[in-house]
Design a protein around this ligand. Structure first.
Ligand code: 1CP
Length: 455
């Protein structure tokens, strides 16, 4: 079908992953400044251009400074809590989306599932934000509902409305019909996900700086909520879910469904890791519907099961947990990030916590210290409605508030469709320029000293 041709041409962003050798940093001490390096890049997707009749162009990325760039993606270094990273990595939740004109050329032409389930298209859509903005992570193009059809929950995405499940789960009979995913299902009905991931891994292998490749899945509660409600977005108030949670027989049904989904997501996560996902984000997008007590019973219990199951499969891939509506629930969430999680008993739990924009990242840092990498959490409306000064100020504030531990810059929920692309570009440029500012160097120096790195 489509073929991609990557050409080296001319654009010049800073070298995102550029870091100096340790000895050089030590020699130049706190005043060490990263020099932004020039990269030359451009990509032409010839077959796509022909197919879509557009003058499509993008990036990446052969660098003149490959030997001075740390080969590991910046985002993965942060997930491993490498304190010497020159700046926080940046990516955006829902970074492939309607706010990009290159994306709209596809969404106007192909239905959602065709886009997500045709690897050539999914690969292209996954790469667009990286080409355009030089983000530090590429997230595979799919949806949290992608694994549901082989489980017997067929869905479609209704334009302008969001997901719609053909037969919502409302009674025990419906629950019994839900079929937990097997490894064979992933290799057959979901093989397009594997092809998309392995193609992306292959395509990105030689990129310098190389972005991390992210997979993702829905948290059990969020997927169950979609399954029960049958639709997403504004159309759904969560009433059906609550009806189930607050009746004796509904409760049993709900837990049975959650178990099946948890088992399925363990299989799906292991599949993604096998196919090249270097980190996996778990989206608990509907957790804001739950009180802290219900959250424990209906969501966190299953997230813990999920993480334990993933690790029991021998999957060491870093896991990022997006807890939407985490404000007021940080205490219970923090139990999932024990201090000794990485070393003790060979058990490794969650690595990072992605915060929604209503939650104070400073409070989270105080509570978690260095136990969790924090991700987030700028209000996405700042990018949609704000001026350049507000966007830059929001980034600086967020970086300061998250200091004292590892941090990944991101928005506190998905990018909105009316976000100007220039603002996303400005956001990334500003993050890349952080090492050139004195205040950020001071912050970084303190961080290096605290972590025993000579600075
Ligand atoms: O036709 C379209 O393009 C519709 C818009 C769209 C897109 C671009 C949907 C429908 N899904 C997606 C892709 C998608 N969904 C990605 C792609 C990778 C990327 O981030 O760039 C990802 C990670 C998701 C994850 C997803 N889907 C979440 C979790 C993130 C979040 O926003 O909380 C959720 C809740 C969904 C459900 C969903 N799918 C689509 C929409 C419009 C929604 C949300 C509707 C709702 O509010 O319930």
């Amino acid at each position: 079908m489509f073929q991609f041709a990557v050409l080296k041409l001319t654009r010049t962003p800073r070298c995102a992953g550029h870091t100096a050798p340790r000895s050089l940093q030590a020699a130049s001490g706190a005043k060490f400044r990263l020099r932004s390096e020039r990269l030359r890049y451009h990509v032409a997707s010839l077959a796509l251009r022909a197919a879509l009749d557009t003058d499509y162009e993008g990036c990446l990325s052969e660098s003149s400074v490959v030997e001075t760039c740390n080969e590991a993606p910046l985002l993965l270094r942060v997930l491993r809590c490498d304190p010497s990273v020159p700046r926080p990595p940046v990516w955006f939740m829902r970074q492939a989306g309607r706010y990009m004109s290159a994306f709209r050329m596809y969404s106007g032409r192909y239905a959602f599932r065709e886009r997500a389930e045709t690897p050539e298209i999914a690969v292209e859509l996954s790469l667009q934000p990286w080409r355009a903005f030089g983000v530090d992570a590429v997230i595979m193009f799919a949806d949290i509902l992608t694994p549901l059809p082989p489980m017997g929950l067929d869905y479609q995405i209704v334009s302008g409305q969001g997901p719609s499940i053909k037969t919502p789960v409302r009674c025990m009979e419906n629950v019994e019909r839900v079929r937990p995913l097997t490894p064979e299902d992933t290799e057959t009905a979901l093989s397009f996900v594997g092809t998309t991931l392995s193609t992306l891994a292959h395509t990105l292998a030689d990129a310098r700086p190389r972005p991390a490749l992210l997979g993702f899945l829905g948290a059990p509660f969020t997927l169950a909520a979609y399954g029960i409600e049958g639709e997403g977005g504004r159309a759904s108030s969560g009433k059906q879910v609550k009806r189930m949670m607050y009746t004796a027989e509904g409760r049993e049904l709900m837990h049975r469904l959650l178990q099946k989904i948890t088992q399925s997501m363990i299989v799906f996560a292991a599949y993604q890791a096998r196919k090249g996902a270097e980190a996996i984000q778990i989206f608990d997008s509907w957790a804001h519907l739950l009180s802290p007590e219900d959250y424990q019973e209906f969501s966190l219990f299953y997230v813990e099961e999920l993480v334990r199951g993933i690790r029991a499969h021998g999957v060491e891939t870093p896991l990022i947990f997006f807890a939407n509506g985490s404000c007021g629930k940080l205490g219970v969430i923090s139990a999932m990030y024990p201090a000794d999680t990485r070393e003790a008993n060979g058990y490794r739990g969650l690595d990072a916590l992605a915060l929604d924009w209503r939650t104070s990242i400073a409070e989270a840092r105080q509570l978690f210290g260095k136990r969790a990498v924090l991700q987030g959490n700028i209000d996405p409306t700042v990018l949609a409605c704000g001026d350049t000064a507000s966007v830059k100020a929001a980034i600086d504030r967020c970086v300061c508030a998250a200091s004292g531990g590892a941090h990944i810059l991101n928005v506190g929920h998905g990018i909105q469709p009316d976000t100007p692309e220039e603002m996303v570009a400005l956001f990334c440029e500003h993050v890349r320029a952080l090492p050139e500012t004195d205040w950020y160097q001071q912050l970084r120096h303190r961080h290096l000293v605290e972590n025993g790195v000579p600075g």
